[in-house]
Ligand binder design. Structure first.
Ligand code: SIN
Length: 190
């Protein structure tokens, strides 16, 4: 994990919990997207949405030429860059590294920023599984940050609004898992 500080404004791109739980200081937030990555529930979480030995599932980015992944971009006050990055490095320590990349607000408005990316070589990576198995694991998982199902449902709802603003299709992977999670929750025996 690396930290970087700079005197120019830093943009951070969130595509998972950073969309709907931005617990850091920012001066501006804007719906945005990145190219050539898909969002997938392929990263294990033992520190936020699961426990050691019983990980939940959270999203990471998978390289996918021509794909487009919508999220939220945050502009950070240059005076607070080090503080914000230190907090995010700590929050995202379960397998995520910083990745610099272009962040698009529209086809013609692009800034360089950073995101947190869990590459498939990290020890918490779980990888692909059928939608039903991912949903089952999520419904059965909870961790210090709360139920894994909350993560999915908050993300699905935030993405629907972002994609509406960006006039893009909703994320079909997240939507399919959210539908399966809702189904399992509605049939769960109390
Ligand atoms: C992000 O939100 O951008 C990183 C993944 C996560 O914390 O859910």
């Amino acid at each position: 994990m690396t930290s970087s500080a700079s005197s120019s404004p830093l943009w951070i791109f969130g595509y998972g919990s950073l969309i709907w739980r931005a617990d850091f200081a920012f001066v501006e937030q804007r719906p945005a997207y990145i190219r050539d990555f898909s969002r997938r529930f392929w990263q294990g979480s033992s520190d936020h949405r699961g426990m050691p030995g019983a990980p939940g599932r959270v999203v990471t980015l998978i390289e996918d030429l021509e794909a487009c992944c919508a999220g939220m971009a945050y502009r950070i006050d240059p005076k607070l860059t080090s503080t914000v990055l230190a907090g995010l490095d700590h929050r995202e320590q379960g397998g995520y590294d910083q990745l610099q990349l272009p962040i698009h607000f529209s086809p013609t408005e692009v800034v360089t920023g950073l995101t947190y990316y869990a590459n498939p070589r990290n020890s918490s990576f779980l990888g692909e599984a059928p939608v039903d198995s991912i949903a089952r694991q999520i419904v059965d998982s909870t961790g210090p940050s709360g139920p894994n199902s909350e993560y999915v449902l908050e993300l699905d709802s935030a993405l629907r609004e972002i994609n509406r603003v960006l006039a893009q299709d909703t994320d079909s992977h997240v939507a399919a898992i959210a539908t399966a999670v809702r189904q399992l929750l509605s049939t769960a025996i109390p």
